[in-house]
Design a protein around this ligand. Structure first.
Ligand code: 2IO
Length: 411
């Protein structure tokens, strides 16, 4: 299955069209697949991916220096190590849990109700482009405490930044465009950061501005990078996860009926969506020494991509891995380590936004499922996924029974 033996490439159009079709072959015949055009190794077995993400001595996050730092305008959390990482991670975790999360949950509800409203009487919505993408940006701006009146501008810059971090190859023109978006985002954020330093509020930007690491406040560059980091991480996977959840429930009629009858099954359905089709498909690392994985030597300094979608379908880790089954774990354990899936990564850099992500998808799906009665694909709709790094439906046009009396918003 390596390129030289079979001509197979993860950079091919065939792979991009249907990567899941190739995962078993990769795991069985080329678990350490080398891609010469980008001088990188692709790992598809659960155990190998888990090893890479937890063996921090051998595998570092240095890859982010070229993949993220140019558009983040400084170091992101996942790049940091040691005491600096522990301290800054704690600050960001605090911004996404406890009281902060309670307030974010209300913002999620209000934004979702506002955005779905206009589509209810029509009986048709594209869950990705009409709803999920704007929702992800609106919620992220609320969390950060940024003005939603600028949302389309910020969304456009964000999409250039996301393109940079999620591309396997970029033409010089696209690279220029992405860097330009990042520079404009930085120029937009710095005056806001300076204003929040003088008049801090309860928002995450203020918290980053006033937080102290070893008694010292973070620089504008450090705060900017963490803001763009949060923006990308909170926005990019959200619409994909929501749309994939609906796709799987529509495709599995009986499980949709069960979730409708018993909404407490929703968290299990979300966890299974994350296992079955993780929105973040690749996690890059750099090998710091020569290391043998599945019998192949990966040299020091190599770029290694963990294939999360392939690992999450490994039969050595999950029974009947290609079956979407919300009952595989039981609701109580779906967001615990027992879930085992690697959609949020694992190890020291495991996603800090897990609780927030879960709340966002759960609140929105719990609102939409009862509203979208008889939900089905619109006539003539053709399902298509895009993306190798982050992956999700290009659109999801749904028809449902029109609603004429709006969405109730709690006080
Ligand atoms: C922002 C792929 C959107 C993260 C990233 C450069 C670092 C890190 C991730 C996720 C999601 C992004 N990596 N979040 O995979 O912060």
């Amino acid at each position: 299955m390596s390129r030289t033996e079979s001509g197979f490439s993860v950079l091919s159009d065939d792979f991009a069209a249907a990567p899941y079709r190739y995962f078993a072959g990769l795991r069985e015949r080329a678990p350490v697949h080398y891609e010469p055009a980008i001088d990188s190794y692709f790992l598809s077995r659960y155990q190998d991916v888990k090893r890479v993400l937890t063996d921090h001595e051998t595998f570092s996050t240095e890859t982010l220096q070229v993949r993220a730092e140019p558009v983040m305008r400084g170091p992101v959390l996942a790049q940091m190590t040691g005491a600096e990482h522990t301290a800054k991670r704690r600050i960001v975790v605090r911004g996404f849990t406890g009281q902060a999360l309670q307030e974010q949950m209300r913002a999620i509800h209000v934004n979702a109700a506002g955005l779905i409203g206009p589509f209810l009487p029509r009986g048709r919505v594209d869950l990705v482009n009409d709803f999920g993408k704007p929702l992800a940006v609106h919620v992220t701006l609320d969390v950060l405490g940024l003005d939603k009146k600028d949302w389309q501008q910020v969304a456009a810059w964000h999409s250039g930044i996301a393109e940079f971090i999620t591309s396997i190859t970029l033409t010089p023109e696209r690279r220029r465009h992405c860097l330009d978006c990042a520079e404009r985002m930085e120029a937009y954020l710095v005056p806001i950061i300076e204003q929040r330093r003088r008049h801090p509020g309860e928002d995450l930007v203020s918290k980053l501005c006033t937080a102290e690491v070893d008694g010292i406040a973070m620089s504008n560059r450090d705060v900017t990078a963490l803001i763009i980091n949060v923006m990308a991480a909170a926005t990019e996977p959200a619409d994909k996860t929501l749309a994939l959840l609906f796709k799987h429930l529509i495709d599995n009629t009986e499980q949709m009926a069960q979730v409708r009858r018993d909404p407490s099954l929703l968290s299990a359905a979300i966890a299974e969506t994350l296992r079955y089709t993780p929105p973040v498909q690749l996690i890059p690392r750099r090998s710091e020494k020569d290391v043998v994985l599945a019998g192949t030597t990966v040299p020091a300094g190599a770029t290694v991509f963990c294939m999360i979608g392939a690992a999450n379908r490994d039969p050595d880790a999950f029974a009947a891995p290609d079956t979407f089954d919300i009952h595989r774990l039981g609701t109580a354990r779906s967001f615990t380590a027992a879930a085992q899936h690697l959609a949020f990564g694992t190890g020291l850099h495991q996603c800090v936004g897990t609780a927030f992500a879960r709340a966002e998808i759960e609140i929105v799906a719990a609102m939409l499922i009862p509203l979208l009665d008889q939900v089905r694909y619109s006539p003539g709709f053709r399902y298509r996924e895009t993306g190798l790094y982050t992956r999700g439906p290009a659109s999801l046009s749904l028809d449902f029974t029109p609603v004429h009396d709006g969405v109730p918003v709690p006080d």
